[in-house]
Design a protein around this ligand. Structure first.
Ligand code: C2E
Ligand code: CA
Ligand code: CA
Length: 789
């Protein structure tokens, strides 16, 4: 360690040495001066006293000329060891009397010692008669001064020693400061070491260095902790990145102060932007699709104003033109100092939105016309009825059916028929208000809901206006088509209080209009209920039929593996062989069985017959065939369903794997927990579960995932036009890929042509069912079919 002349150490020591030297010199001079002057005064005083003693007698004897007496006096005086010589000048005689101890040179004595002169006066005349010189030894003064110097030097010595000691203490202490200084300067946070200073305990500087050591220990600990933290942070950052990548979630942070926008790697990936490209807030916002921009911008501005959170879904157009959907959760963070930032996470929900849109479309909208379907209509009707009940208003249901539409379809083809339906839909829309609901129930049946009307006349006016609009020539493609329609109207609450009742009665009124020669509208009236009486008779017949069992028959329609074209099983479809009316199809009596409480009993007859049939097939050597049994909502509510199925399986010794149950989406949606339980119990028997008519009801991916479902049956309405309609093809394709991604099989029903078979095979649909192979046939015919296929 080199000494710096600016260091306190050197300065302090130089100060001490300089000033103490000055001090010592000063004290030396002052004391010497004072002490020697005082001593000399004392000596002079002594001499003066001696002179005063001897001077009168010497003067007297000199005036008388008594030399002996003078000699005697002088010799006597010389006895004082300090008196070295006495010199007397006699002015009268000009004699010089000199008395000395030794006969040294008197002049040298005078020089080296104290000399006292005094005039001698004649005692009688007071005249000057001579001079007395007394030479007084300086020895005692000198020995006194010698002693004085000895003590002075001793004092200076002690003082210097103590100063040196002080300087050394200071030097040592201050030197430690420099060591400390150097150590602090050399301190490297990457290699923290203790300051290893050898400093005696109790010293202030040692205490400082101990403090510095403690500080360094703390810093070391802090550094180690931050290193550890950094490591963890780094790890968790990697985890976060992985998690973001897996979840397709990106995060971002915008700082208003320095206008910096930071995106996570995954968000760059989601947005299709090169990693770490610098984006401004404006660039970022400009990615938002035009249609969503203002809404999103306003929401964010609101959140900024309130310092609140926001939750947004919007579309983003990527650089490659692709449109993706983003869900962003953000938070505005305002600090008291006025600084502000927005942080958020954003998720790519494109697939969800697409699935949701497909499903919503399947669930609520008619694919062909984009109008509401039956589900949505009923939903809106239920709400409108509730509302009307509250406000005591009327509402109207208009049932519209095109006249001779079937003819157009059969002669000009499906595509013209479809085009016409779409055209009619758009035409009808122009006649209605926003609040009205226009729906298509299927085929050429349209139902319009007018949620609030003043009176029945209003409904009549609208019906007649619609009819007039339709009643003219319309150009559809290259064809000019003349269209008329039949309309039935039912009014709430007069003609019904539920959506089903109102639709049914509007339908009855429409039939009445058709019966009266078409191109008419009819308001429902009780007298139209003739039809109802017929139903009543049929209901009674059904009760008997279910009791007797013999009139109930089960037909079978094969399901064919699309890949191998092998028969994998058959759907069991009930028929009623009525004693007088002949073969009645399920669409004409199942609803009746449901509404009269016969369904469970009827269902059990079908289940028993179907399982028994499997046993028979097995015995004929057609093992491995699976029978698919339709289950209605009522059967699903029967607590004995599962035990009954189990007992049938064991009664006919059939394995559960040879039985499948087809349920509709509405059943599964009705009471989710119960559905889940019953399905699970059924599955425990080894049977499989299919969702029937998939695509026509309420579907949500969420419940499909939750339930133990094995198969989706694509509704035949999507299959019929699959070759012509791109939309139907996309729907079928979506359902198939969705089912496969959830590990389910797909069955297409309504397969009528070779084109259907080829197309569905391409789309990787697993099983095919339809008239192309055969209509549902009796059990005997089915056995023949099996043998001949
Ligand atoms: P579903 O379950 O959708 O049955 C398929 C219906 O489509 C059958 O009508 C069948 O004859 C018909 N079909 C089969 N292939 C084709 C085709 O290629 N083209 C066309 N256009 N139609 C085809 P079905 O037998 O009249 O049954 C009608 C509905 O009655 C069934 O629809 C089902 O919901 C119900 N059902 C039938 N049997 C039973 C049963 O045993 N129990 C219950 N609960 N319901 C049944
Ligand atoms: Ca079915
Ligand atoms: Ca079906």
């Amino acid at each position: 360690m080199g000494l710096n002349f600016n260091s306190i150490t050197v300065k302090t020591i130089v100060h001490i040495l300089f000033f103490s030297t000055l001090f010592v010199l000063f004290i030396g001079f002052v004391t010497k001066y004072i002490f020697s002057a005082a001593y000399l005064d004392l000596e002079n005083e002594k001499v003066r006293i001696i002179v005063n003693n001897i001077k009168p007698s010497i003067a007297l004897n000199l005036s008388y000329g008594f030399r002996e007496a003078i000699t005697e006096i002088s010799n006597k005086a010389l006895e004082n060891k300090n008196i070295l010589a006495i010199k007397i000048n006699n002015y009268t005689t000009n004699d010089k009397l000199i008395f000395t101890k030794d006969i040294d040179s008197i002049s040298s004595l005078e020089q080296d010692n104290l000399l006292h002169k005094s005039t001698l006066l004649d005692p009688a005349t007071d005249k000057t008669i001579g001079e007395l010189k007394l030479i007084y030894s300086k020895d005692s003064y000198e020995s006194y001064m010698k002693k004085f110097y000895q003590w002075l030097f001793f004092g200076i010595f002690i003082f210097s020693i103590s100063n040196l000691f002080l300087a050394s203490i200071l030097y040592k202490s201050l030197k430690n400061l420099s060591v400390l200084d150097a150590a602090l300067k050399a301190f490297n946070p990457n290699q923290p070491k203790k300051l290893n200073l050898k400093i005696s305990i109790g010293d202030e500087i040692s205490s400082i260095s101990q403090s510095a050591n403690i500080m360094i220990e703390n810093i070391t600990r802090f550094l180690n902790a931050s290193k550890e933290l950094n490591k963890k942070l780094f790890q968790s950052q990697i985890h976060l990145k992985d998690a973001q990548r897996m979840a397709k979630v990106g995060s971002w942070d915008y700082n208003f102060e320095d206008k910096s926008l930071i995106l996570s790697d995954e968000y760059y990936r989601i947005l299709g932007i090169k990693l770490h490209t610098i984006l401004t807030w404006q660039d970022f916002l400009s990615l938002i699709c035009k249609d969503d921009y203002m809404r999103v911008y306003k929401e964010i501005q609101n959140a900024i104003r309130r310092g609140s959170q926001f939750d947004l879904e919007y579309a983003v157009i990527l650089h490659n033109g692709k449109k993706i959907y983003i869900k962003s959760n953000g938070k505005v963070r305002k600090k008291q100092n006025g600084s502000m930032r927005i942080t958020g996470v954003s998720m790519d929900i494109t697939n969800d939105i697409k699935n949701q849109k497909t499903i919503e479309k399947l669930a609520y909208f008619d694919g062909l016309t984009g109008l509401a379907n039956r589900t949505l209509l009923k939903d809106r009707m239920t709400k409108a009825i509730q509302n009307a009940k509250r406000t005591q208003d009327l509402l109207a249901v208009i049932f519209l059916d095109l006249d001779h539409f079937k003819l157009i379809n059969d002669t000009l083809g499906h595509s013209v028929g479809d085009e016409l339906l779409a055209y009619i839909a758009s035409l009808l829309k122009t006649q209605l208000r926003e609040s009205d609901t226009l729906s298509r129930l299927g085929g050429d049946e349209f139902v319009i809901l007018l949620p609030i009307i003043k009176d029945i006349d209003t409904a009549s006016n609208i019906a007649s206006k619609i009819q007039q609009t339709l009643e003219s020539k319309h150009d559809i493609g290259t064809h000019g088509l003349y269209i008329t329609s039949s309309i039935g109207v039912a009014i709430y609450p007069e003609h019904g209080t539920t959506s089903d009742e109102l639709i049914r009665n509007a339908d009855t009124a429409m039939y009445e209009a058709k019966n009266e020669g078409r191109n008419k509208y009819k308001i429902y009236s009780q007298s139209m209920g003739n039809f109802v009486d017929k139903q009543l008779n049929l209901e009674q017949d059904l009760t008997t039929a279910v009791k007797r069992k013999t009139e109930i028959e089960v037909f079978y329609q094969p399901k064919i593996e699309s890949l191998t074209q092998k028969i994998s099983g058959a759907e069991a479809l009930v028929r009623w062989r009525h004693p007088t009316k002949g073969l009645i199809f399920p669409d004409d009596f199942i609803y009746m069985a449901e509404s009269t409480g016969l369904m469970v009993e009827l269902g059990n007859i079908i289940i028993e017959a179907s399982i028994k049939q499997v046993q028979e097939w097995n015995e004929f050597g057609f093992n491995n065939l699976k029978v698919a049994i339709n289950l209605s909502a009522r059967q699903f509510q029967d607590i004995n369903l599962v035990p009954f199925v189990a007992s049938m399986l064991s009664k006919f010794n059939v394995d559960g794997s040879q039985v499948e149950f087809e349920i509709t989406e509405s059943i599964s949606m009705a009471n989710m927990p119960t559905t889940f339980r019953i399905l699970t119990e059924l599955k425990e028997l080894g049977v499989s579960i299919a969702i029937d008519d998939f695509g026509t009801g309420h579907s949500s991916l969420a419940y499909l995932k939750k339930f133990p479902i094995d198969t989706l049956k694509i509704d035949k309405s999507f299959i019929i036009d699959i070759a012509e309609s791109d939309e139907d093809k996309v729907i079928a394709q979506t359902i198939i890929s969705m089912a496969h991604s959830l590990g389910m099989k797909t069955v297409a029903e309504g397969v009528e042509t070779q084109t259907h078979v080829t197309l569905l095979k391409q789309l990787k649909c697993d099983l095919l069912q339809g008239y192309f192979y055969t209509k549902p046939i009796s059990k005997n015919d089915f056995i023949t079919f099996l043998k001949e296929y």
